[in-house]
Design a protein around this ligand. Structure first.
Ligand SMILES: *Cc1c(COP(=O)(O)O)cnc(C)c1O
Length: 386
């Protein structure tokens, strides 16, 4: 039996909530979607929330709502899931990356500043910077927002790892220092809807654009139409949208899960702190945590000490053989073959590459027991000492 690196926590209430929808009149967008959206809005202190079928869709809608188009420029972190960069390519825009801070795995505001100064000279400033709250720890948003004001770019927070995280005493998702925040509800994330995502914003305009594009670019609101209504059946397509809708079945699971968000985060935090204590004497380093935020602890990542890096494959396999489901987050996006073919080189972002070589993700999820965690730590200690 392998202990997985991440796992959803489904209880009877979750199951009952889904069954209730299946027995109701609405299976796709019905009353549970706005109920789920309002609950997330309240928790995040966001004015507007839009539920969609994945974070990938939410990222695409966020780019479109911010007006990204052919020739536009988007910068993001190379240490993220590929979706954070792909959303720009969906809009025929160009992607570039900003190197990370190896201590946190988050994009480095100093590297961002340097790249902006150079881009200002070359007239290649970005339209949007997508920050990723890596492993659940919020980025230095205040510093990034100050640069956004100076260099005039929009900010999307890819908070796929970070629902429930706190930055400067405020919940992530309130967009205090950004235009749009995006969450993922994939089963390994903090709460799940099976597949699903959410977009939050304080801007009515951005919300309305994303709302239309979620469902084919269609409106049923006569005040938005180009001619008078043909009758009660009438709708107009005003833009080229998509079907990115979430279903009520998914939203019911999400709403039910959301009721346990704080207990999930509490459990993850306890386990993470316990890992940090138990691993202090081993030749590795957990990611450094900032004082101005509280992580949602989506992932527990360690970086192996330099002398162990050449043995990473052996270490990884020995852990797997012992039933410890380790993982690596992430293979830098810029070294993926698709991005190499766009012209990126592995050593374009040296901190990201060095981080990748040393990184190992240990199992972390709410139902991980202390006994399992002790076993993981003991196994790791054994494996590292041979
Ligand atoms: C999971 C994830 C996504 C994509 O989420 P989906 O809901 O699976 O589309 C995007 N960005 C990051 C950082 C992620 O971890």
């Amino acid at each position: 039996m392998t202990i997985p690196y991440g796992r959803q926590a489904i209880n009877q209430e979750d199951i009952d909530a889904v069954v209730q929808v299946l027995q109701s009149d609405f299976i796709t967008q019905g009353p549970v979607i706005p109920k789920f959206e309002q609950a997330v809005a309240q928790i995040c202190k966001a004015e507007y929330c839009l539920a969609v079928n994945s974070a990938t869709s939410a990222l695409h809608l966020a780019c479109l709502a911010l007006g990204l188009r052919t020739g536009g420029r988007v910068w993001t972190s190379p240490i993220t899931f590929v979706a954070s960069a792909n959303c720009a390519l969906y809009c025929q825009a160009q992607v570039d990356f900003i190197d990370i801070d190896r201590n946190t795995g988050n994009l480095c505001p100093i590297a961002l500043h340097q790249k902006l100064q150079q881009a200002a000279v070359e007239h290649t400033l970005p339209d949007i910077v997508i920050v990723v709250h890596f492993a659940g720890q919020p980025c230095n948003m205040q510093a990034i927002k100050a640069l956004a004001d100076e260099y005039q770019f929009a900010i999307i927070e890819d908070a796929s790892h970070a629902i429930g995280a706190i930055y400067q005493l405020q919940p992530v998702g309130g967009c205090q220092y950004s235009d749009i925040t995006v969450f993922s509800f994939h089963p390994v994330k903090i709460i799940t809807t099976g597949e699903g995502g959410m977009l939050t914003t304080q801007s009515e305009k951005l919300f309305h654009t994303a709302l239309h594009l979620r469902s084919h670019g269609i409106t049923r609101d006569s005040s938005e139409m180009t001619e008078s209504s043909h009758g009660p059946w009438y709708y107009q397509q005003l833009a080229l949208g998509y079907n990115y809708r979430m279903t009520d079945i998914h939203a019911a699971l999400g709403y039910s899960q959301l009721q346990r968000l704080s207990s999930f985060i509490e459990k993850r935090t306890l386990l993470a702190e316990r890992y940090i204590k138990k691993l202090t004497h081993l030749p590795l380093k957990p990611l450094v945590q900032s004082q101005s935020s509280q992580s949602a602890w989506h992932l527990f990542i360690v970086q192996l000490d330099p002398h162990l890096i050449e043995h990473k494959q052996r270490i990884f396999m020995a852990l797997q053989d012992a039933g410890v489901g380790v993982n690596v987050h992430y293979i830098p996006v810029h070294i993926q073959p698709y991005y190499q073919q766009l012209g990126f080189h592995a050593d374009d972002f040296p901190a990201a590459l060095a981080y990748y070589r040393a990184a190992l993700t240990l199992p972390l999820f709410p139902s991980l027991t202390e006994q399992q965690q002790d076993y993981i730590c003991q196994t790791l200690s054994d494996v590292l000492s041979v």
